[in-house]
Design a protein around this ligand. Structure first.
Ligand SMILES: [Zn+2]
Ligand SMILES: [Zn+2]
Length: 155
């Protein structure tokens, strides 16, 4: 994760709203809060973290409510699911309906989306009849920082 990157959260929320409206979807209050939380974190977030963060005192929020909001965001290209971490991350590319290529660090559980990379280019040419059922490619490993911190000889 690039420490110098300062995402313009208000701008991204406004853009998300416009994108959803253009596609006939509505960025409801809850969906907006979920997306805002993903933007603020910048890193992959687990569903139960969202459930905790968005909890209204005295009110229980059903996990399905969170999952439905996440599905909406994913469907509108605003967020991606990272299977490896069982977590969700805001899309940092602005590619409509793209299949992201994500670098996932298994040590610090951060992820970086490769800009302008789209896995959907693989479907016909490279898969040779294989019916892919994934909407992303996750490259697992150690991020630059974790790799630098790791002592030689330890996994
Ligand atoms: Zn993306
Ligand atoms: Zn790392």
């Amino acid at each position: 994760m690039d420490e110098t990157r300062r995402p313009d959260i208000a701008g991204q929320l406004a853009e998300a709203e416009a994108r959803c409206a253009a596609r006939g979807g509505r960025l409801t209050r809850l969906r907006r809060r979920v997306f805002e939380f993903l933007l603020q974190c910048g890193n992959p977030v687990k569903a139960y973290d969202l459930q905790d963060a968005l909890r209204i005192p005295g009110k229980r929020m059903a996990p399905t409510t969170i999952y439905r909001a996440l599905d909406f965001l994913i469907g509108h290209g605003l967020a991606h699911r990272i299977d490896t971490l069982n977590a969700y991350v805001a899309c940092t590319d602005r590619h409509e309906g793209h299949q992201p290529v994500l670098l996932v660090c298994s040590l610090c559980e951060k992820s970086v989306e490769i800009a302008d990379a789209d896995a959907s280019g693989l479907t016909d040419a490279a898969l040779a009849g294989f019916l892919a059922r994934t909407d992303s490619i996750e490259i697992k490993g150690a991020c630059k920082q974790c790799a630098a911190n790791a002592q030689p000889g330890t996994p």
